[in-house]
Ligand binder design. Structure first.
Ligand code: GLA
Length: 382
């Protein structure tokens, strides 16, 4: 069906969603229904939409492609909004060359060594797409699929349900995985992510979100002055392929100690062997609280210049902190400037990397009849 201005599309009619004609012009009202507009088309003609949501001072723009957060605007201490997430202003760049900007990651966020694991005595070979490893679900991860999106309003909350079904064997993973991710903006402006999945065969799953944050605003330079605290006394050191060695090392006395807030750039040039592997910080912190029933506060990121502060609460036991080391000046971002090393950072709540091969790490196995459920909440203030 061709969309025209003021056309109420079938699936959204019940919710009263009005479809705009083109990208770039649709605005949501605070606490109002999400607004949909066309963002672009894939090579096969599939339309990709952008949904705009606003609540409690936070503005979120989400693509049906990859569930990508294309823009996240929050106010500074004077109430001025800026887009604090790295990304592109067009679909082609997301398809051609995105280092997972803003995307939903599955089936397995982070790396699985040599893309191999054994479950219940059966060996599986996954898609290998990062040297010898499988990274972020393989060559065609969840970030490269079009999701079904359903907008909702619920009391004072507004949000989107995103659905993707990954068929048995996709990227080498066993079982049909039915995934539902819910993005909610609360009336306080919190952005909450609820992940759910079920399977019809034993499998492994580790879903996360890959937003690159720069609280001073994307295209404003590096994040090295941002102050970060992470509630973790241990992290998982890696080998040269960025696969955990299996050790749970103490952060005390190392550049990995973020138990008290410190500038991201303070220790990033320390000649520590672990910093050489990832060209900076690119590690999983083993959160002191471990797996929790309700989201618990685990990390705080603050930009002193704007006052913008983000608190992360999660039910997950791990946090991958990646300091944007592989951004190399080859991509032009949403604001029209080139992204260079350290221009954004990721805080990916998750289970630990390579858990399918590390029996002493918290398990990522999902079995038929079980429901995978994790939650992460981003709260903003200035
Ligand atoms: C993750 C990894 C990094 C890198 C980025 C994408 O955060 O930990 O090593 O691969 O994704 O560039």
């Amino acid at each position: 069906m061709e969309l025209s201005r003021r056309t109420v599309i079938a699936g959204a009619a019940a919710a009263g969603i009005t479809a705009g004609l083109t990208g770039g012009t649709a605005h949501a009202t605070a606490g109002g229904r999400p607004v949909k507009s066309l963002f672009g088309k894939l090579a096969d003609g599939t339309k990709v939409y952008r949904w705009s949501l606003e609540n409690g001072g936070t503005r979120l723009k989400v693509l049906s492609y990859g569930g990508i957060v294309q823009s996240l605007e929050i106010p500074d201490r004077r109430g001025r909004h800026a887009n604090v997430s790295l990304g592109f202003d067009n679909l082609d760049d997301y398809v051609a060359s995105s280092p997972y900007f803003g995307a939903l990651i599955g089936r397995y966020g982070n790396r699985i060594g040599q893309g191999r694991f054994t479950l219940d005595g059966t060996a599986y070979q996954l898609s290998v797409n990062d040297g010898e490893q499988s990274l972020h679900g393989g060559a065609q991860g969840f970030d490269k699929h079009v999701w079904d999106v359903e907008p909702f309003t619920d009391g004072s909350d507004v949000g989107l349900h995103l659905y993707y079904t990954s068929v048995d064997g996709e990227m080498g993973y066993p079982g049909t995985l039915r995934t539902k991710v819910t993005y909610t903006l609360t009336r306080h402006g919190d952005w909450r992510i609820d992940y759910e999945a079920t399977t019809d065969k034993p499998t492994v799953v580790n879903l996360t979100s890959h937003v690159y944050f720069n609280l001073a605003g994307e295209s404003s330079g590096t994040i090295y002055d941002h102050e970060l605290s992470i509630d973790a006394s241990r992290y998982t050191p890696v080998d040269a392929g960025l696969i955990p060695t299996g050790e749970l090392a103490r952060v005390a006395g190392t550049p990995f100690d973020f138990r008290r807030a410190k500038a991201v750039g303070r220790d990033i040039r320390v000649a520590h062997p672990q910093l050489l592997y990832g060209k900076g910080l690119d590690h999983n912190w083993a959160l002191d609280k471990g797996i929790t029933r309700r989201p618990e506060s685990v990390a705080t990121l603050r930009d002193p210049s704007s006052g913008r502060t983000m608190r992360i609460a999660t039910t997950e036991p791990g946090l991958q902190f990646y300091s944007g080391n592989f951004l190399d000046g080859s991509l032009v971002g949403t604001g029209g400037t080139v992204y260079r090393q350290g221009d954004g950072l990721c805080l990916e709540t998750q289970h630990f990397p390579d858990s399918p091969n590390k029996p002493h790490f918290p398990s990522t196995v999902l079995r038929p009849g079980q429901t995978y459920r994790t939650t992460t909440v981003h709260s903003f203030s200035a």
